[in-house]
Every structure is written in C-alpha cells, then in structure tokens.
Design a protein around this ligand. Structure first.
Ligand SMILES: *Cc1c(COP(=O)(O)O)cnc(C)c1O
Length: 468
C-alpha cells in the first residue's frame, strides 16, 4: 500500500514512513493511493468478534507489509488492554433508533485514545526495526496532548513534547499532561492560544534542518495512522446494529475532521453508511462551507466544547482531495488561497460531491447546554458538551428506517463545569484515575517563539536521561 500527498508534490511513502512523517513535505496530508474494500461477507463475519479482531481486519490491508501479522495483532492487543470497558467502544441507546457510541473508556477519557494508543505501539515497533530515535512534538487544545503523552510515556526511542496554551485547557486536561512521571514526557505551557501552538508546530515542521536533526515526528490528527485506527469503531458499531444487511447513519462532533473522515474511509471500504453528519459548535466553518460553498476563517469563539474550537479544520483537506477527484494541484491552490486570502470557494462540482457524502448541523452554546440537560432527563445519559453537540444534530437528522449512531467523544468528567452547570450534577472521574488531583505536576512555561522552543527541545531531548 502506497501513500500519496493531497498536494501531489511530496514523495510517495509506505505506511510506516507516512506514519512516522505526519505532515508531507509539500504541506499536504498523506492518503492511501487506493482504499481497499471489504466484501459483504467479510463485513458480516465481524459480527460477534472482539474489538481487537475487527481492528486487525480493518487495519491490515492498509498497513501492507510494514508490520507482520503478529506485530500488528500484538500492537492492537496492547493498545486496548488498558481500556475501562471490555467492548472498548460500547453502544448505548438514547431513543428509538438513536444510539450513542461511547468512545471515552480509554486512559484519558476521550476518543483520541483509540488512535494514539495504537500508534504508540506501532511507532515503537517501527523505530526498533530501524534503530531510529525520534522526537514527537504535538500541539493540543487539551485532548490530543494528554492522549499522546499517555500513549508514548516510557516508550524507548521517543521523546514527546506537547505544546498547550497556558491557562486555556481544563484542570483535568492539564493534569493528564503534567502528572506523568516518565522522563521522556515534556509538557510545555505556551504563552498564547491554541492557534499559536499549532503555528509554532507547523514552523518547526517547515524548518527542515531542525526537522531532520531531531527526527521530528507528528501525531496530530493529520497523521494517517490515527485516521485509520478510528475507522475501526464505525465497523464495530454498524455491524452490531445489523450492517452489512442494513444501512446505518453516523453523526460526529467535528473539529479537525479526523474522526468523521475515518467514517468516510469506512464507507469507501464498503460499510453501508447512509448519512455521515458533521456536527459543529458555534465555530461552524464546516457547516457554513457545506451550506454555502464558502470556506472562510472568521476567528475562534471559545465554547464549552473546546476540543472543537477551530477555525481551520486540517483534515478537511483530505475530503477536498476526494471531492476534487484527487487533483493535488487543485487542493494545493485552495490551501494557498486559504493562507493568503483567509478562505476559498469550493467549485460547484466539488461542493456537490461533498454534499453527496456529508450532511451538517450547527449547535449554539445555549442549545448545547440545553441538550445536556434534556438528555439527562430523557435517557439518563450524562453527556460531555462535545457529545451533546453531536446528539442534538443526530436527533435532527435521524430517520425512522435507519439507525443513527452519534459518537460520544469524551467522558463527562473531562468537562465537569459545563456538565454541572447544565444538570446540577458533578460527574466524577472513573476510579482508575481518581487520584489525578493529588499527583505532582511537572510543566515548563515557554514563550511563543520558534527559536526558543527549538533550543529547548534540542537540549531536553539530548539529556539522555534514563527512562523512569
Ligand atoms: C478532538 C475532539 C473532537 C474533534 O475531533 P476531530 O477529529 O478533530 O474532528 C471532538 N470531541 C472531543 C472530545 C475531542 O477531543
């Protein structure tokens, strides 16, 4: 299996190379040259299988010969062993025909654990084979960073540095990043916003000398291996509700478009998905784009669902690549316009292609809170604000003949203030992390300055301390 860039100008890579590289050198995102398909029988055979067995069947065709069967199966087994639910991604019913896919039983209580845990294992195997050492740098608005740290802490051959906006992540999110004791973990609180963190990260990747010197690798949501790992739960959920004999719809609380794009890949592989619905909060660039064809930045308004507070949705570039018939030059031009003019207009043909694949809805702050309150009464479920955005849009798009599955992207205890404000109930952390607020924190304050950051990373990674 070969991977190509959405902008058509970067080297073609194997799965392992694309995974270790993250962002392509032409600024694009790696995608598989062709999407392998699974037959109806192969999908039907997933019924009753464990999450791990389905994960192997879905991921193996994309991985090619990068990993042996035993290596991939071993990585999958280790990745999900620490989850707090034996089904890994259990479904609960909210209403007739509407289901919630709980993706928050991993170590950091958000769906990002599904991808991050497995790529931690795969990185470790690939690096050991190549005798390489790498430096992972990530930018986070909260959930990605904690999931990355949890996945890479204590692994050989890897240092992990996470940039987060100082004072702008929740206490639970911060503590999940600052309390791991392993010496290869470095939590960096940057004086600035999430966009500043992301921009400094991009600058580092564009500094090719630095990139090569430290073996820079990215695990942000543009990493293809992360998207792939997220394809799995679309299969487990759909099959348990009757696929492939029956069509299933999904609604996905969306920010950087990684999670919902995984649903598109599942559909390309042959899973009968009827509707794939984008749910946004008040930062609704995706909903506006689908509605009007205009993709325009207009600033980030902080919300109670902060992990979806974006103005550029990075993985949307992959959707555009498909909508433009895999024309890398056309995508490169759109991205150039985004950079220089703050937006672009999607061509009529591409807009039609997008609308054939995706529907969308937007949820205001008041509606998000109201949904948390109402759902608590209607079904008894306590929703995190991101999941509430999804559930509201999912209810609106549900059709009686097709089950609707809304993805619950985080545990309510990760966002206790919003949940308490809406319900009067303060959700408690699961027992396995109940002591989070007693553990000592370790964090470095850093300026919003590329040279200072690079100097710090060079120094910290070469200390060569023994692993805790
Ligand atoms: C990251 C995140 C999202 C958005 O996912 P994308 O793949 O970026 O669209 C939604 N909810 C939560 C809780 C998240 O952590």
């Amino acid at each position: 299996m070969r991977y190509i860039s959405t902008r058509g100008q970067a080297p073609v890579l194997s799965f392992a190379e694309a995974m270790l590289t993250g962002l392509a050198r032409d600024g694009g995102l790696y995608v598989p040259e062709t999407v392998p398909s699974l037959s109806k029988d192969e999908i039907a055979a997933m019924a009753g299988q464990s999450y791990e067995e389905v994960a192997y069947r879905v991921m193996a065709p994309f991985v090619g010969d990068t990993f042996t069967e035993a290596e991939l199966k071993g990585a999958i087994a280790k990745a999900y062993a620490g989850f707090g639910h034996v089904a890994r991604a259990p479904l609960v019913q909210l209403a007739p025909g509407h289901f919630l896919l709980e993706l928050f039983h991993g170590p950091t209580l958000a769906f990002k654990d599904f991808a991050m845990q497995i790529i931690g294992q795969l990185f470790q195997i690939a690096l050991a084979k190549q005798g390489k050492r790498i430096t992972i740098v990530g930018a986070t608005s909260g959930d990605t960073g904690s999931a990355a740290i949890e996945a890479f802490k204590g692994l050989e051959n890897v240092d992990v540095f996470i940039l987060f906006p100082h004072g702008r992540v929740s206490d639970v999110q911060r503590r999940q990043m600052t309390t791991p004791a392993e010496s290869n973990v470095h939590a960096l609180a940057l004086s600035g916003t999430f966009d500043d963190c992301q921009n400094r990260l991009k600058d580092m990747f564009n500094d090719f000398a630095f990139r090569d010197e430290v073996g820079l690798a990215g695990v942000n949501s543009i990493n293809w291996a992360r998207v792939l790992a997220q394809v799995v739960y679309y299969f487990t959920a759909a099959v348990s509700l009757g696929a492939p004999g029956r069509k299933i719809s999904f609604t996905v609380p969306t920010g950087n478009f990684g999670d919902i794009f995984a649903g598109f890949i599942a559909r390309e592989m042959g899973l009968p998905i009827e509707q794939l619905v984008i749910a946004t909060n008040q930062n609704d660039i995706l909903h506006r784009c689908l509605s009007t064809g205009e993709y325009r930045m207009d600033g980030v308004k902080p919300s109670i669902s902060p992990s979806m507070d974006i103005q550029i949705s990075s993985n949307f570039e992959r959707a555009l690549f498909w909508a433009y018939g895999k024309d890398g030059a056309a995508v490169a031009q759109l991205m150039e316009e985004l950079k220089t003019k703050g937006g672009f207009t999607v061509s009529q043909g591409a807009l039609e292609a997008l609308r054939e694949t995706y529907a969308s809805g937007r949820v205001s702050e008041a509606e998000t809170a109201q949904t948390i309150t109402e759902e608590r009464t209607r079904s008894g479920e306590l929703l995190c604000p991101h999941s509430a955005v999804g559930v509201r849009v999912g209810h609106a798009h549900a059709r009686p003949e097709t089950p609707m599955v809304t993805l619950a992207t985080a545990h309510p205890a990760k966002f206790p203030d919003a949940v308490e404000a809406a319900t009067g109930l303060r959700p408690g952390l699961p027992a396995r992390m109940a002591d989070l607020f007693e553990r000592p924190e370790r964090v470095t304050r850093v300026p919003n300055d590329l040279a200072a950051l690079e100097a710090l990373i060079r120094k910290a990674r070469t200390l060569g301390e023994p692993r805790a």
